[in-house]
Design a binder for this molecule. Sequence first.
Ligand code: SF4
Ligand code: MG
Length: 328
Amino acid sequence: DDVLLEIEDLRTHFLLDDGVVQAVDGVDLRVRRGETLAIVGESGCGKSVMARSVLRLVDPPGRIEGGRITLRREDGPVELVGADRKLLRQVRWRDIAMVFQEPMASLSLVHTIGSQIVEAVRLHENVGKATARKRAIDMLDRVGIPMPQRRVDAYPFELSGGMRQRAMIAMALSCRPSLLIADEPTTALDVTTQAQILELLRDLQAEFGMAIMLITHDLGVAAQVADSMAVMYLGRVVEYGTAEQVLAAPRHPYAQALLRSMPRLGRASRTRLTAIKGMVPPPYARPDGCTFHPRCERVMEGRCDTVTPRRIPVDDREVSCLLYEEES
Ligand code: SF4
Ligand code: MG
């Protein structure tokens, strides 16, 4: 069995004055070794909170209320939801590394790029400074930063946005993690740099064999790199299958609407883009029944607003929509 990370019934909630926000509300997902799983959906659908929950990086008032996250390491499985700090420190970087939309959020401003990579490597491996520095230079070279011997001593603010994102990726991969979680890694970049970074991720994946969990609101980005795809809406996965299946013929009305709203991916170029009706409701005003029903074009009156869809197999994938459930 080639599952590297298994997420079961994950629930991450925020206790706010307005009520409880169920940002992640019963997510089940699997990441296989070496694959790219794209998590797609509009912003505000819980993608980032889900990803941060994996590394237990959710800040209060957010809290993991339940579920299991199992990482299958070479030397046996570990459970991350109940993990202590020591285990989490070990897992971060060594097994699972994360890159964000804004690299400045995870790079220190007062240390050089090189010293940050050296520190990360030496925290997890018993190697000397010189070896770690050599690894840093190699990684900077590998991610396409020119003159790595010089750039290794640069501070983050001395690099352009695209170069900073490359440096962040170099740092994330310096401990050879088996999983890289990338949360909107190219969203802040111009189109050309975005394409370069995606290609870089693909090359590095082929070279190091790591799995990637890619969080993106951009189906075009997901289409370029994903093997599997999970479509999230209001804290739940509504469709989950291979990227090919989901992109070619989505089954869930939200996935269908999302696809129709994307340029480049629409079937015929003459087809007009159609925006998804309405907006993602505020998270504390979660609709009853199927949470997508106020926006759904195929809503069934008297049913979708009261019955919560179950996750069921539809055409080799998992879909949560009452259209595919037997009327009972
Ligand atoms: Fe639309 Fe009903 Fe399916 Fe929800 S359950 S996606 S409202 S058809
Ligand atoms: Mg986000």
